[in-house]
Design a protein around this ligand. Structure first.
Ligand SMILES: *Cc1c(COP(=O)(O)O)cnc(C)c1O
Length: 364
């Protein structure tokens, strides 16, 4: 078999990296999403040339023509994953090949070119290696990795662009929760939907998020942490939160999560929880679950836990649900046992303190 093309990333010297004393201070208290490392990786695509010129360069503003299609017709997709530090000091990625595959499924839906998985993973690996000194020095810290693709062609017209850029940036992130995971309170979206059948709900595209900002904002304004979306057709079936998938745990050892239709984002954390929960001996089914049933089961005590999961917050218990005409509490309203157990297993695998029996870890 012919050898796959090596993604030889050209390194362009950074003229002005952040001084180490400033960096050390910043990574001691990184927060989330506002601090960035020195470099970025960029690969361009052109209709005739395909993917070309992979390069590591100083992170900074990118020049776009005001007519660039991403600014008008929203051809944009992204991914989100993290690099973790293992006890031996090495850095590791969690299932990056799944992000590479999902990125290409998103690309296909948005009429964008697919990126070879090898190029996606090598871009991330090389960037994390380059900026490894930016790894947060706080307990529970990680490097949040944001690969994305935008349509860069200067052209006003409704058709797929002929030029794109793939970029990856890194953001040092603090521990999401200081100690354990507090339960979150969620608001039912009764007047908005996130995704419709045949739409882009399964794709990780910026447009889905733009449409979720008003319902999410209303949830926050009324004192809730997150919004839960229902299906767009019957307004009955629970789908997911704005950026996290849901699992429901029952008193008989059954666990339910909504099935992956084209209106649900196929979370990699969701997939990992499915595996870990089955290994725990739970009877996990992918099945539709109605909002009225959720309320009834929480009130009767049949439903004992609900958890939300995604890369950013890993696994988070849901304590309270509020709609216009009712609200209900799940279990005691705090973190449930299974939620905590699954969370600590997953966090342990990611951080290298629990054995990786599934081949989920890729060393940088
Ligand atoms: C990214 C995302 C998730 C979580 O996916 P992970 O791969 O687990 O991080 C869930 N829902 C939506 C809408 C998302 O965009």
């Amino acid at each position: 078999m012919a050898h796959a093309p090596a993604y030889d990333i050209r390194h362009i010297e950074h003229a002005n990296p952040v001084p180490s004393a400033t960096r050390e201070q910043a990574i001691a208290d990184p927060g989330f999403g506002t601090l960035f490392t020195d470099h970025m990786v960029r690969i361009d695509w052109h209709e005739e040339k395909g993917w070309h010129d992979p390069r590591m360069m100083a992170r900074g503003p990118i020049a776009l023509d005001p007519s660039a299609s991403v600014l008008h017709y929203a051809q944009e997709i992204f991914e989100g994953l993290k690099a973790y530090r293992h006890p031996d000091g090495s850095l590791a990625l969690f299932r990056p090949e799944e992000n590479a595959r999902r990125f290409n499924r998103s690309a296909a839906r948005l009429a964008m070119p697919e990126l070879p998985e090898e190029a996606f993973i090598e871009s991330i690996r090389a960037l994390v290696e380059k900026d490894r000194d930016w790894f947060p020095s706080v307990e529970g810290g990680s490097l949040y990795i944001r690969p994305f693709m935008i349509a860069t062609e200067a052209f006003l017209g409704v058709r797929p662009a002929k030029e794109y850029a793939f970029l990856t940036i890194l953001s040092p992130a603090g521990g999401y929760f200081k100690s354990g995971a507090p339960a979150i309170s969620i608001r039912v979206a009764e007047h908005y939907t996130r995704a419709a059948p045949g739409g882009t709900g399964f794709a990780k595209c910026g447009g889905n998020y733009a449409a979720s900002l008003v319902p999410q904002g209303e949830a926050l304004a009324s004192g809730h942490d997150q919004v839960v979306f229902l299906d767009a057709v019957e307004r009955k079936w629970i789908e997911e939160l704005g950026g996290m998938n849901l699992f429901f745990v029952f008193d008989d050892g059954r666990m339910v999560t909504p099935p992956l239709t084209d209106t649900i984002l196929p979370g990699i954390t969701r997939d990992s929880i499915l595996t870990l929960a089955r290994e725990e001996g739970l009877d996990v089914v992918e099945d539709r679950y109605a909002i009225d049933q959720w309320r009834e089961d929480a009130e009767s005590g049949k439903l004992v836990e609900t958890l939300a999961c995604g890369t950013a917050a890993v696994v988070t218990p849901v304590g309270k649900v509020t709609a216009e005409d009712y609200d209900f509490t799940i279990g005691s309203g705090g973190p449930g046992q299974l939620t905590q157990k699954l969370r600590s297993q997953l966090v342990g695998i990611q951080n290298g303190t629990v054995e990786d029996r599934h081949g989920w870890i890729t060393k940088v």
